[in-house]
Design a protein around this ligand. Structure first.
Ligand SMILES: NC(=O)c1ccc[n+]([C@@H]2O[C@H](COP(=O)([O-])OP(=O)(O)OC[C@H]3O[C@@H](n4cnc5c(N)ncnc54)[C@H](OP(=O)(O)O)[C@@H]3O)[C@@H](O)[C@H]2O)c1
Length: 255
């Protein structure tokens, strides 16, 4: 199957029009829009092609963003996918491994999480004062950098601008889960959604979806995307949506 990454799409924008990285969400979703089962015992259900697609996308990005529950429940380590994808990174003039950016409001990522054990890309933690001094000190011992926001939450617009200015991150792929996706989408900070639509139905009201958290109240407020491409492969569809309007403008216009 041809790659859903169109060849004309540069791995990094030549000149970013906004002072933050270009942000992509990558999600695998069932036919009924779930991203894991309600028990969260099944978290991986895409085909080998979908797995390859995940690593291809990572191979275009300076950094990966990941929420605490996804890290804890999947044991994700956020590497580069091995030699073949590492070579793609080199060809795109990217570092061998993507920077790993972890999101935890309360510092819940345990010290035994597999992500800490892998000496791959540097780890940056975004957290809040809610985590408390002890947990923040523990995160500082484990991570390369920790950025602490006030108790009322992480300012993702600020965090993304900081990642760009401090670390030169121009392109970032967010791998969820639903709560983190919601914060980014509501913030008007998502430029592209890569969605793999998989032939399963999980059901269950408690099963996480692409975007959970707070959401929008009305269609008028909802985030609009336009369908950029649809690539069938086997029993799956690989869809790419692009933000309808400049997401930065949406954020600036929000009350
Ligand atoms: N199918 C797929 O492609 C896919 C991809 C990713 C994940 N998943 C699945 O999705 C599930 C996890 O999704 P989820 O929605 O439950 O969790 P999540 O978004 O992965 O993580 C939620 C946690 O991240 C932190 N967080 C997220 N947004 C925040 C914000 N705005 N401010 C501060 N902290 C924030 C909080 O950590 P603290 O609790 O530490 O404060 C929060 O509890 C898992 O079952 C995983 O397998 C599926």
């Amino acid at each position: 199957m041809p790659s859903p990454l169109t060849p004309s799409q540069p791995s990094r924008p030549a000149r970013a029009p906004i002072p933050r990285p270009f942000v992509l969400l990558n999600v695998a979703m069932t036919a009924d829009a779930k991203i894991a089962t309600a028990t969260r015992r099944t978290t991986t259900f895409g085909s080998p092609r979908d797995q390859e697609h995940l690593y291809e996308l990572r191979a275009t990005a300076d950094a990966i963003l990941c929420g605490a529950r996804t890290l804890i429940e999947t044991g994700a380590t956020l590497g580069n996918g091995g030699r073949r994808f590492g070579q793609l990174r080199t060809a795109a003039s990217l570092s061998r491994y993507p920077v790993r950016v972890l999101v935890t409001g309360t510092g819940s990522i345990p010290s035994c999480a597999p992500v800490w054990a892998r000496k791959w890309g540097p780890i940056i933690v975004l957290t809040t004062a809610k985590a408390g001094e002890q947990a923040i000190a523990r995160l500082r011992r484990k991570a390369d950098w920790v950025r602490v926001y006030p108790e009322d939450g992480i300012d993702f617009a600020n965090a993304l601008a900081w990642l760009r200015s401090e670390f030169g991150i121009l392109r970032l792929v967010s791998e969820g889960g639903g709560e983190l996706n919601d914060a980014l989408i509501r913030g008007g900070l998502v430029d592209e959604i890569h969605l793999t639509w998989c032939p399963w139905v999980f059901g269950g009201q408690a099963a996480p979806t692409l975007s959970d958290g707070i959401g929008f109240q009305t269609l008028a407020q909802a985030a609009g995307f336009r369908l950029h491409s649809v690539t069938p492969a086997g029993n799956e569809l690989f869809l790419v949506y692009r933000a309808k309007i400049d997401p930065g403008a949406r954020r600036r216009a929000a009350p």
